[in-house]
Design a protein around this ligand. Structure first.
Ligand SMILES: NC(=O)c1ccc[n+]([C@@H]2O[C@H](COP(=O)([O-])OP(=O)(O)OC[C@H]3O[C@@H](n4cnc5c(N)ncnc54)[C@H](O)[C@@H]3O)[C@@H](O)[C@H]2O)c1
Length: 273
């Protein structure tokens, strides 16, 4: 085994990626498979299961290293069942990647629809963190399983409010807060809790907010503002998330790291006047 494999390799570690049909989840799942992990792809709906298996199998060490299951991560009973199905297929998970989340459009504060506001909070806080983390941490602690890692998805909105996306900002500030709080809570149990804070990457949930014309790639006003505020002058390339994903998953690379959020943002948070 090379030094790099020893440091960042995940041979036979079981990694669960929730929201696995998503843009960021997909690149992270591929990175874990290519690093030798056994990966469970948890997709929101059953329709995409066969296609996801076909897409990711070429990166897996073998057919037994990939497990695909439907799971609405806001549904505690379903998350418990998916944990058990994953453990039976691949073994107990070592890493939980909470990649469910997202935003829906933007409005002025006074026009924000309360039903939609609540949905975004539930999506990012409950389905995106609380429910899966409760289930995984309680199973790990009950079984005495240590050296585990939870990776959450924060956002630029966790640090600085992004205009017009009130519920998303509030939820992602909460995800950052809970990442730190859970790191403290679970530290004695050998469970690390960290986050990745992507800058702006094109996903399903933010595409229409940033891109005006799919054919030409013309940016919306907001998309242009984001690029202007990013010192690197562009959106992120999804491949640029792989390094942070591997670092936080690998016990050898980040075994004493907990309670942090790693910005991968082209300098967005460093912008000033
Ligand atoms: N794309 C970005 O620029 C960016 C920036 C910062 C943070 N993030 C965060 O990263 C995460 C992934 O973002 P993305 O852009 O890849 O989003 P995406 O919309 O491409 O993927 C999200 C996935 O979650 C799934 N999902 C939604 N509700 C679910 C539920 N209840 N149960 C299971 N699955 C569910 C969706 O079907 C979708 O496949 C989100 O938390 C997002 O807020 C994204």
């Amino acid at each position: 085994m090379s030094y790099i494999e020893d440091m960042f390799g995940l041979k036979d570690s079981v990694v669960v990626v929730t929201g696995a049909g998503g843009a960021i989840a997909g690149v992270m799942a591929e990175a874990y498979l290519r690093a030798g992990a056994k990966v469970a792809l948890w997709l929101h709906r059953a329709e995409g299961l066969a296609a996801a298996r076909e897409r990711f199998l070429p990166f897996a060490a073998g057919p037994d290293s990939l497990f695909v299951v439907a799971c609405d991560t806001g549904d505690r009973g379903r998350v418990e069942a998916a944990y058990d199905e994953t453990a039976a297929a691949l073994g107990h998970p070592v890493v939980l990647v909470n990649a469910v989340g997202g935003n829906r459009g933007k409005t002025s504060f006074v026009e924000a629809d309360l039903g939609a506001f609540e949905d975004i909070l539930k999506l990012n806080l409950l389905a995106g963190l609380v429910v899966p983390t409760q289930v995984f941490a309680s199973r790990w602690i009950a079984a005495g399983l240590r050296r585990r890692s939870v990776i959450n998805m924060t956002s630029m909105g966790s640090y600085v409010p992004l205009s017009g996306v009130w519920a998303y900002d509030a939820a992602k500030a909460g995800v950052l807060n809970l990442t730190v709080a859970c790191a403290k809570e679970f530290g004695p149990s050998g469970i690390r809790v960290n986050a990745i804070a992507p800058g702006f990457f094109l996903g399903q949930q933010n595409y229409s907010l940033l891109i005006a014309d799919r054919a030409t790639g013309e940016l919306t006003r907001r998309g242009a503002d984001v690029v202007a505020r990013t010192p690197f002058g562009r959106f992120g390339d999804l491949d640029e998330l792989r390094g942070a994903a591997l670092f936080l998953a690998s016990e050898r690379a980040s075994g004493f790291v907990t309670g942090i959020s790693v910005p991968v943002d082209g300098g967005f948070l460093a912008d000033n006047i």
